[in-house]
Design a protein around this ligand. Sequence first.
Ligand code: FES
Length: 80
Amino acid sequence: MPVDRCICHDVPFDHLLRLSREVGDNFQTLSSLTGCSTGCGMCKPYILEMLRTGQTRLPVLSPAQVDAILARYAENQPER
Ligand code: FES
């Protein structure tokens, strides 16, 4: 079964993709505007992958894929 939304906040990825075209593809901005990824957080790597690929229906990711996606995102964040 493909993953196509933030389940906790019922935010479909196709909505997030359209919104990203209006406000930019910054994950934190999208999360602030919709609440996505502010619950369990399991959707975060899927949203990041959706923003990278433009695909709104994603296969279930392996733990290694999740780790790689989150590591790539962390590497691209500015130092705090
Ligand atoms: S599925 Fe998105 S926060 Fe839980």
